[in-house]
Every structure is written in structure tokens, then in C-alpha cells.
Design a binder for this molecule. Structure first.
Ligand code: NAP
Length: 362
């Protein structure tokens, strides 16, 4: 009774399906509307989707009729997993009509008044909603964004180390196939192969962390002043993006200090206890052959980052490997987490998280 209705846009795609899966038993949210392209509109969700996750779509969603994007959505929350060019005008329009839009797309991430959130690392950036509403004349609507999926593991590793003056970061990614959506990269191109180019990815990995790890200044975010260089590669892994990272610091900490900072990191206090918050945002695995996508991507229900192989770097100070699940923490799970933060911080009139949680567990 107390759950908030959610519309999922792009519900038939790789990220859309994760939304449907993760929202099936959500204590605060309930999928009430699904939308996709003209190809799918008018069909039931079960007819329109080529379900690529284990099991089948939840029965209450399977029977929903897929709406076109120009439908008059009535859900207070909209989760967007649309292609960027489609989302660009639609997402602000929906926010202007009073919806809280939690987006996965890159279209608005770097706008100065749009929170780019990974709540366990920068939940306080949510306050930008106040600037956004003032700037844009929105009353109950808002637009918050989830970051690019590849940089989640990079930000997770850097966030607990920012006090040591992170100056230079070199990232080489090994990115899963699901990151390209469905059907994604043709099997003939990727089997027995590595593709050393992912359009637009390196720019996102080099810019978004500076905003995420930046400091709120009352009207926007002062970006963290570090240099990042990224090389992004597609590999024949289904889920889970792995990054090989080297970091240079102004005041290099010892390896023991770095491991302790990771192992004791609890996440931002505003994010703790939210339904999608991982109990431990970061795991350090000391084995010399971890993390691996197949073995580690589901850590913390797919919401935790696993780090390993911390060692000295001959060029910068230290290097390590980090891994996070791209369609869960890096996309749908992250956008749900962001919407939970918006709801918990009182930006959705009439929603009471305490009552919703009590009602879900009754
Ligand atoms: P996808 O598998 O290709 O799914 C795209 C979805 O958008 C489908 O539901 C599709 O509906 C719908 N769509 C496509 N063109 C449309 C149009 N013109 N009008 C209305 N709906 C349209 O892509 P994805 O991987 O889920 O990615 C979705 C978004 O999330 C993208 O912006 C992507 O950059 C971002 N993202 C993805 C990941 C990832 O790991 N995959 C991670 C982070 C962010 P039909 O089925 O009807 O065609």
C-alpha cells in the first residue's frame, strides 16, 4: 500500500530487464508501467521482451502492456534505461511534469545542476536537487543520474583514498558484453577476440569521476583536481567490468594503510541502510588471482566492488585490479539506489520511508 509506483523506460533492454528483476521484491517501489520503442509498444511485456536473465519476468510485470514514450505516465518515479539520444529531451520533460527521473543515460550527467550519484561515495550531492528545482522551476520533479558503469570500480577504490591527494590515475578496462546492451556485439566479432575500442567510453571514465569525487559548493560541484587517462576494451565476458588501475598520490600511503581504508570503508552515512545499499561497499580479496568477473561480480548482491592485487607501481605509486557488476551496481541497481536516496531525503512529497519499510516487513 505504501509502495511508490515506478515507470521503467527502455524496460525490454539489458538494463531494463535488470530493473524489472531488481524491483520485483523491492520494499519501497513497485513496477506499475513499462515503456520501450514503437517496436514493442502495445504488446504485453512478456511478448515484447527477449528475457536474457535467469528465470522469467515476474508475473505482475509480464502482463503489463508496453507503453510508447509519449504516454501520459502516472508513476511518481521514472527509471530510464533509454538510449542517450532518446533520453536527452524526454528526461527533463518528465521531470518538468513532476516525475522524479532516475536515469542511466549519459545525456545529463555532467550538467552542473544534475546530481551524478554513487550514494555510498557522494550521497550529499543529492542536495543539488534544490539548485536544480530553483534553476529550472521544477516543483516535485527532479533528475538524478547514475554514472557510467566502468568507472564505478575506479571511484570505489579512490573514494577512501582521496585524503592522500589522488593526483594521477591510469585505467585500463576489460568490459563485459552486457555493457553494450542486447543483442550488443556480434558473436563473430568478439569470440576469440578483444576489441580495443568502445565509442565514447574513455571520455566518460576520464571526466565523470572528477564530478563524483568533487565537493559541493552550495550551487554546484567543484570537480576533484586529478588527471585520469583511460583505455577501454571489450572482452568476451557476459557481466562484470574489470579495471586495472595505477594511482599517483601527493602523499603516498603505505599498502597497509590503503588496504585498511578499503576494508573499513562503510559508505556515506546518508546511504547506509537504504534497501539497495551494500553492507560492505568494498571487499579486498588477497588471493593473487582475484578479482575475477565470474567469481566476484555478485559480491554484495552485485552492489559491492571487489579489489585485489594491490602492489607497487614503477610509474605511479600503486596499482591494483578492481571489479564491479555493470548492469547491477553500474546501471539498474545503481539507479534504484539513487531513487531510494531521493525518497529517503524527503524529495518525494507524501512518501514515508519508515512506514514503507514497516509495511513491507509486516
Ligand atoms: P539496450 O539493451 O539496447 O536497450 C535499449 C532499450 O531502449 C530497449 O528497451 C529499447 O526498446 C529501448 N529503445 C531503443 N530505441 C528506442 C526509441 N527510439 N524509443 C523508445 N525506446 C527505445 O541498451 P541497454 O544496455 O539496456 O542501455 C540502456 C541505457 O543505459 C543506455 O543509455 C546505456 O548507455 C545505459 N547504460 C547501460 C549499461 C549496461 O551495462 N548495459 C550500463 C550503464 C548505462 P525495444 O526493445 O522496443 O527496442
Amino acid at each position: 500500500m505504501n509502495r511508490l509506483d515506478v515507470a521503467v523506460l527502455g524496460a525490454t533492454g539489458a538494463v531494463g530487464q535488470r530493473f524489472i528483476q531488481l524491483l520485483a521484491d523491492h520494499p519501497w517501489f513497485r513496477v506499475a508501467e513499462v515503456a520501450a520503442s514503437e517496436r514493442s509498444a502495445g504488446k504485453t511485456y512478456a511478448e515484447a521482451v527477449r528475457w536474457v536473465l535467469p528465470g522469467a519476468p515476474p508475473p505482475d510485470v509480464a502482463g503489463l502492456t508496453v507503453l510508447p514514450l509519449d504516454a501520459a505516465f502516472r508513476s511518481p518515479i521514472v527509471m530510464s534505461a533509454l538510449p542517450g539520444e532518446v533520453a536527452k529531451t524526454l528526461e527533463p520533460e518528465l521531470a518538468a511534469r513532476g516525475h522524479v527521473v532516475s536515469s542511466n543515460t549519459s545525456s545529463h550527467r555532467m550538467a552542473p545542476d544534475v546530481p551524478l550519484l554513487l550514494p555510498e561515495f557522494n550521497a550529499d550531492h543529492i542536495r543539488l536537487i534544490e539548485t536544480q528545482r530553483k534553476n529550472r522551476g521544477w516543483t516535485s520533479g527532479a533528475l538524478v543520474t547514475m554514472s557510467n558503469c566502468t568507472l564505478v570500480a575506479v571511484v570505489a577504490a579512490l573514494a577512501p583514498l582521496m585524503d592522500f591527494g589522488v593526483e594521477k590515475v591510469h585505467v585500463v578496462s576489460m568490459q563485459a558484453l552486457s555493457g553494450a546492451g542486447y543483442p550488443g556485439v556480434p558473436s563473430f566479432d568478439i569470440a576469440d577476440n578483444v576489441i580495443p575500442y568502445i565509442g565514447g567510453e574513455e571520455d566518460k571514465v576520464e571526466t565523470e569521476p572528477k564530478k563524483i569525487l568533487g565537493s559541493p559548493n552550495g550551487a554546484g560541484i567543484d570537480h576533484a583536481p586529478m588527471l585520469i587517462s583511460a583505455s577501454c576494451n571489450r572482452v568476451a565476458v557476459l557481466d562484470g567490468h574489470t579495471v586495472s588501475v595505477s594511482v599517483g598520490f601527493a602523499r603516498p600511503p603505505s599498502p597497509e594503510t590503503i588496504r585498511e581504508a578499503w576494508e573499513h570503508f562503510e559508505g556515506h552515512e546518508m546511504a547506509r541502510g537504504l534497501p539497495s545499499a551494500p553492507q560492505r561497499p568494498i571487499f579486498y580479496n588477497p588471493a593473487n588471482d582475484r578479482p575475477q568477473p565470474r567469481l566476484d561480480r555478485d559480491a554484495g548482491r552485485g552492489m559491492s566492488t571487489t579489489i585485489g592485487r594491490l602492489r607497487p607501481c614503477a610509474l605511479l605509486d600503486v596499482k591494483f585490479i578492481a571489479l564491479s557488476h555493470n548492469t547491477i551496481r553500474g546501471a539498474a541497481g545503481g539507479a534504484i539506489f539513487n531513487a531510494e536516496l531521493v525518497a529517503a531525503q524527503g524529495y518525494i512529497p507524501g512518501f514515508n520511508p519508515v512506514l514503507a519499510t514497516a509495511s513491507a516487513s509486516a
